[in-house]
Design a protein around this ligand. Sequence first.
Ligand code: ADP
Ligand code: MG
Length: 140
Amino acid sequence: MHETRSVEETLALAGGLGATLLAGDVVWLHGDLGAGKTHFVKGLARGLGIEEDAVRSPTFTFVDLHRGRAGGLALTHVDLYRIGAASELRELGLQDLPGPQAVAAVEWAERLPPGVLEATHVVRIEDLGGDGRRISVERR
Ligand code: ADP
Ligand code: MG
């Protein structure tokens, strides 16, 4: 269990995890709106050597692919916050992700269909008020 007191501390914590990820790893992120899931994914990008500013809340796309540096892993960022019908989920082709030489980070992972993008790591973020966040990282 970790507590961060700023965005930067969350980025650093997530960066540490990102640096350890291997091809095929899938990080699930749970937490209320505004908890800091997207910022955690920015930190994962940092740890993977990917430009963290490119990671945003994919508002209209549900899946963003961030290419890795040469020889590095790509980051597939999935955000299911606005997902509607099951048919919409099927059209995303999630069963083919994260893809070769890539890892995936999934916001609102509780909305995934069963058996798709199974977690290797589960991150839970809780807003403690102000800039405080309680963050747990569980290895599956
Ligand atoms: P989510 O993806 O869970 O909806 P975001 O990452 O988009 O959340 O937003 C988190 C918000 O909380 C941002 O406005 C960010 O600046 C703010 N914030 C404040 N303190 C922290 C912290 N310690 N860690 C992460 N985000 C924080
Ligand atoms: Mg988000």
